[in-house]
Design a protein around this ligand. Structure first.
Ligand code: CA
Length: 221
């Protein structure tokens, strides 16, 4: 029988958390502060945050992008993994949500690494491309409106250096992607998953981490 991903029940997930996660105190505090937020489910799990931090270090990333910051947990996880001169371009449209994270970024000593731009991400990415930043980023995390993923992907792919990695969140969408789509978000994720699978510009892996995390590495020319 082929080895496959284990079903993760609550007990096993607790074991994973206990044997993998080394959460910075400000990350733990920010997670706690967001726990009762009506959209708390939008926040990535601590195991995923740590995985992304490891990825940033494996890539020796210095210049990174995030599309969809919410209350700032993933931005803090990435910023903590960046070297002191590292940079995260954080794109979001909500001042109300992102303002929750800033005091935690400051107390963790990484606020200077995070450039938060409150504007539609397409606009922000287009401005960076127009400013000549194509090929200068090492890592991007896309976790925003699902209908926008493809537009964010095309722009981030231009902004990545060859060998740079784009991570897409929620690519399994609670399992809904495996059934006929009942809504626009599911259909958008299905179309993206199909496109990425056949896309010769990247190497990829769809990981069963969190709600599905696809890694796409920009191929060398
Ligand atoms: Ca998400």
């Amino acid at each position: 029988m082929t080895s496959r991903t284990l079903p993760i029940d609550d007990r096993l997930y607790r074991y994973v958390l206990a044997h993998s996660v080394r959460e910075h105190p400000e990350l733990a505090a920010l997670r706690e502060a967001t726990r009762d937020h009506p959209h708390a489910g939008m926040q990535i799990g601590p195991d995923q945050g740590q995985f992304m931090a490891l990825l940033v270090r494996l890539l020796a990333a210095k210049r990174t992008i995030e599309i969809g910051t919410f209350t700032g947990y993933s931005a803090l996880a990435v910023a903590l993994a960046l070297p002191d001169g590292g940079h995260l371009l954080a794109c979001d449209i909500s001042d109300e949500y992102t303002r929750v994270g800033r005091p935690f970024w400051r107390r963790a000593g990484v606020e200077h690494k995070i450039e938060l731009v409150l504007a539609p991400a397409r606009q922000t990415l287009d401005a960076r491309l127009a400013a000549g930043e194509a090929g200068t980023y090492d890592f991007a995390f896309i976790d925003a409106d699902k209908a926008g993923y493809d537009a964010y992907y095309e722009r981030c792919l231009q902004l990545m250096r060859p060998g740079g990695v784009i991570a897409f969140d929620n690519t399994l969408w609670g399992g809904a992607v495996a059934a006929p789509a009942q809504d626009a978000d599911t259909a958008a994720l299905q179309a993206l998953n199909d496109k990425l699978h056949g896309d010769e510009r990247i190497d990829l892996s769809l990981l069963t981490v969190g709600d599905g995390l696809t890694l796409a590495r920009k191929r060398l020319p």
